[in-house]
Design a protein around this ligand. Structure first.
Ligand SMILES: O=C(O)C1=C[C@@H](OP(=O)(O)O)[C@@H](O)[C@H](O)C1
Ligand SMILES: C=C(OP(=O)(O)O)C(=O)O
Length: 425
């Protein structure tokens, strides 16, 4: 895959300060969640697929490499990628990096391959939960060694499938993983959730919608139950939407600079969790509306505090938390205990780093609370978490002297984020 190397950036990176209202129209890279689902479905489909305007980033490169390791043909030189499915086979090694989608979505695919597939990833990835997916695969007839990274799937070239119960309260990706490959199991799959509420439900809706677009029959009419009929997955010809979760820092820039930022090609209807930003930013006092170009957000004179349950859209928390730290009233972010299992323990990291810049922040078991407080410059650590870096640059746009450690970690889902951001602020 060709990727133009971004210019090296200082570490820590002095976050650009927006000294005047920012006015910009931006085109953002494609959705990570849609790109990695499209690649998995294409690899399991019955004919060659085209994925248009895919995201090129670390998470999607890892998915490409993982599928290639299993023998799948992927041409990724052009703007559009082509995927040529083949009977998948090991032996293979899959590097999950820090990509939840790779660690959760590929084990069921490996079960459908013939041969041994070893999985490992970044040091922190070994702490992220995956045992429920592996246990479910065992119950569905797959030979799996281990209950967390590193683990090994001994694929038999087919998976029996059937009914399985999982506790998906730690991650919606456990469900998506089983559904994405389920049509290719002999008996399909009938997944029941048993546990505290499943987070990030829009992401499961995205999985179901993308399966149905490829002709797969999915029944999601009962709460906490998803049934995928066995059958072929039709080849894709799909254009990936811009990543709306990664729009968060750019729209936040309008919010904190009293500026106006338009994100081009914002879909009028989508399953992306980032679409909730429209409502969230409006509740903080921003003017939010569609234009012919896309979604336009204008920042208010005074940013208001909010009381929000982010259970469905936990990945928006770092950017929203940065805005709460800058707001003029108190805020409460609730329902997000599960994001302690994301790229880092995001509740602890946000409390520590925003607190270090002077925020009045309280870490709770399942959320964060903020009181209004003036912020100051200083070092903002990112813990290899792309969205922590987003939080750091948002604060840095509004406060003098913020230094963001390892801003390059944004390459997980956004190529050359620092260069792009510098061009706007
Ligand atoms: O399926 C997906 O593409 C994702 C699901 C969500 O995971 P969790 O359910 O673990 O929060 C989300 O936070 C992550 O960024 C992407
Ligand atoms: C939780 C996230 O990623 P992952 O897909 O690695 O779980 C995220 O991008 O916020």
């Amino acid at each position: 895959m060709t990727t133009s190397a971004p210019a090296p950036v200082a570490d820590p990176w002095p976050a650009p300060r927006a000294t005047a209202p920012v006015s910009a129209v931006v085109s953002l890279p494609g959705s990570k969640s849609q790109t990695n689902r499209a690649l998995v479905l294409a690899a399991l489909s019955d004919a060659p697929s085209v994925v248009r305007r895919p995201l090129r980033s670390r998470d999607t490169s890892l998915m490409v490499a993982g599928l290639r390791a299993l023998g799948c043909g992927l041409a990724t030189d052009g703007d559009d990628w082509t995927v040529t499915p083949v009977p998948l086979a090991g032996p293979a090694r899959v590097d999950c990096g820090l990509a939840g989608t790779v660690m959760r979505f590929l084990p069921p695919v490996a079960g459908l391959a013939r041969g041994t597939v070893d999985f490992d990833g970044d040091p922190h990835m070994r702490l992220r939960p995956v045992g429920e997916v592996l246990g479910a695969l065992r119950a569905l007839g797959v030979d799996v060694e281990g209950s967390g990274l590193p683990f090994t799937v001994h694929g038999a070239g087919r998976v029996r499938g059937g009914t399985v119960t999982v506790d998906a309260s730690a991650s919606s990706q456990f469900i998506s993983a089983l559904l994405l490959a389920g049509a290719r199991f002999d008996e399909g799959v009938d997944v029941l959730h048993d546990g505290k509420p499943v987070p990030s439900l829009p992401h499961i809706e995205m999985t179901v919608a993308m399966l149905r677009e490829q002709g797969v029959v999915v029944d999601d009419s009962d709460a906490d139950r998803w049934r995928v009929e066995p059958g072929p997955i039709r080849a894709l010809d799909r254009t990936i939407e811009p990543d709306l979760s990664n729009a968060a820092p750019f729209l936040a820039l309008a919010a904190v600079s009293r500026g106006t930022v338009t994100v081009r090609d914002w879909p009028r209807s989508t399953t992306q969790a980032g679409d909730r930003l429209r409502e969230i930013l409006a509740s903080m006092g921003c003017e939010v509306g569609f234009t012919d170009e896309g979604l336009r957000v204008s920042g208010p004179e005074r940013l208001q505090g909010v009381d929000l349950d982010l259970h469905d859209v936990g990945e928006l928390t770092p950017a929203v938390a940065a805005l709460c730290a800058l707001a003029e009233g108190p805020s409460h972010l609730r329902g997000i205990g599960h994001i302690r299992g994301h790229e880092t323990d995001r509740l602890a990291a946000l409390a520590h780093e925003l607190g270090g810049l002077g925020a009045d922040v309280t870490e709770r078991a399942d959320g964060l609370s903020f009181g209004p407080s003036p912020l100051r410059g200083g070092l903002f650590r990112t813990y290899a978490d792309h969205r922590m870096a987003h939080a750091g640059v948002i604060v840095g746009a509004a406060v003098d002297g913020v230094l963001v450690e390892d801003v390059a970690t944004t390459s997980k889902t956004f190529p050359d984020f620092a260069g792009f951001w510098s061009g706007l602020v």
